[in-house]
Design a binder for this molecule. Structure first.
Ligand SMILES: Cc1cc2nc3c(=O)[nH]c(=O)nc-3n(C[C@H](O)[C@H](O)[C@H](O)COP(=O)(O)OP(=O)(O)OC[C@H]3O[C@@H](n4cnc5c(N)ncnc54)[C@H](O)[C@@H]3O)c2cc1C
Length: 448
């Protein structure tokens, strides 16, 4: 029998995630094994006690924030069993370092990888810059062990049939992490399920060969037109990442980062390529689209690469500083749209009548517009604006979440994208898997 922690001072550390949403809970459990997770869930089920799974709380959508009941922390499920197989609570960045030391490579690289868990990344189907080439977590997960809400332990790979009917629906043809996957096997259903169906306790992951070298470039393009001419040809050159920072983001950091040219430019791209590709096609392309070729930075060794990564992280860090200074919540979009609608999305993002910066995974046409409200009144306007932008992204055939998921905060946006019959189907599925509705109550969709 695991003894819960009830000390409010300890519980306090588990009541918020990166969205800054604050919840409340009566007790905290930190199981060490799958068997303990199963025992706990059986007890909670018997008492109809809500349980929120909490890993590292880097979610930006309130998913791990408890709204009463118990918190089930995965932090002590932390064993690395072999090169491929780890407990859910292991930090993703630690797992990646471990496989890279053995000459292998685990590509999915959420920016939060040094703070988030493997299990959290699996159930959020997390992505990162390298998703452009390698995809999100889904194709890299081969098998999981999980405990369903009633305490049943399951082991699932892609040959494991679905025990229940799962609504089939057409996900948008873009990078997406919104809603339950139209799965045909149990593993794919659990990936991206945000903890509402079961607790993932252990996973076996697929590894790739470690790229022998990585080339990175900073590229500066003068206009929107040059960007839209550049992207299709750049994608075809096979990079692993194309990340972007708009003019407003550059204006924020100009002067603090010597690589950012003094000259006005519409966008800075950070491009990464596995191996040592010939540079000629890249420079030909840059010249063709009128890039600021003399300002291009090329990094080939580790020191230069780290410098470029530090630069890439400096922009979001500065945004967070500004937000903390203003004392309000950031309102950040996570929409992805089909490539041929990217220009329209960028035009909408340019036109927002509020301080904002835009950066993200432009290779996947997936961008984060961060609205920077200065007070509560602007925060209200930013939220209304967000909703309208979500509606527009869906109308373009896009998704309301390319990577951050739905959690507690984006359920209204999910309903813009998913037909009511599918939402009903998910509620019926949830009622079968978790009749008392104890697990992740209020996450992704309401019980109805
Ligand atoms: C600075 C920053 C950068 C980020 N960058 C990215 C990015 O580039 N790409 C990206 O995709 N995301 C990103 N995120 C979002 C977040 O880091 C990821 O979604 C991450 O996968 C969450 O992992 P976690 O361990 O923190 O899980 P938590 O935040 O603790 O939980 C997330 C959700 O999963 C559930 N859950 C967690 N573990 C389990 C489990 N073992 N079984 C069942 N349910 C579980 C929780 O109940 C919750 O609903 C970023 C967040 C921050 C703060």
């Amino acid at each position: 029998m695991i003894v819960p922690v009830t000390d409010p001072a300890v519980l306090e550390g588990y009541l918020r995630d990166a969205s800054n949403l604050r919840g409340h809970a009566e007790r905290l459990y930190r199981p060490r094994t799958t068997a303990e997770v199963a025992e706990l869930l059986r007890d909670c089920q018997a008492q109809a006690l809500p349980v929120t799974v909490s890993a590292r709380r880097t979610s930006t959508t309130g998913g791990p924030v408890p709204m009463g009941g118990a918190i089930l922390s995965t932090e002590q499920l932390a064993t690395v069993h072999s090169l491929h197989e780890v407990d859910a609570g292991v930090l993703l960045g630690e797992f990646q370092a471990h496989v890279e030391a053995a000459g292998r490579f685990f590509p999915p690289d959420p920016t939060s990888r040094h703070e988030c868990s493997v299990g959290g990344a699996i159930v959020c189907n997390a992505s990162g810059s390298r998703t452009f080439k390698y995809g999100p977590m889904r194709p890299w997960v081969e098998w999981v062990e999980a405990v369903l809400a009633d305490g049943t332990v399951v082991q699932a790979d892609r040959s494991t049939p679905l025990p229940w009917p799962v609504p089939q629906w057409k996900e948008p043809h873009v990078k997406t992490a919104a809603g339950l996957y139209p799965a045909t096997n149990l593993l794919d259903l659990l990936i991206g399920s945000e903890g509402v169906l079961g607790v993932v306790t252990r996973a076996r992951l697929r590894l790739a060969p470690l790229p022998p070298a990585v080339l990175a470039m900073l590229v500066f393009l003068p206009t929107r037109e040059s960007l839209l001419a550049f992207l299709p040809r750049a994608r075809a050159l096979g990079p692993r990442a194309i990340e972007s920072f708009d003019r407003r983001a550059l204006d924020l950091v100009r002067g603090r980062l010597p690589e950012v040219p003094a000259a006005d430019c519409a966008v800075m791209l950070e491009i990464e390529h596995d191996g040592e590709p010939p540079l000629d096609p890249w420079f030909e392309l840059l010249t063709d689209v009128g890039a600021l070729v003399d300002d291009t930075v090329v990094a080939t060794d580790d020191t230069q690469l780290h410098r470029l990564h530090a630069l890439r992280h400096a922009v979001p860090a500065l945004v967070n500083e500004i937000i903390a200074h203003n004392g309000v919540q950031k309102v950040g979009t996570d929409f992805a749209v089909p490539h041929d609608r990217l220009g329209e999305l960028l035009a909408l993002y340019d036109a927002v009548p509020m301080a904002a910066v835009c950066f993200g995974h432009i290779g996947d046409s997936h961008l984060h517009l961060n609205l920077l409200p200065r007070d509560a009144e602007e925060l209200g306007r930013a939220r209304a604006l967000y909703f309208e932008l979500a509606r527009a992204a869906v109308a373009m055939g896009g998704t309301v979440s390319g990577e951050h998921g739905i959690g507690r905060l984006k359920k209204a946006h999910l309903a813009l994208m998913v037909p009511p019959a599918v939402l009903d189907g998910w509620r019926q599925l949830k009622a079968r898997v978790d009749p008392a509705g104890i697990l992740g109550r209020g996450v992704m969709f309401d019980r109805g």
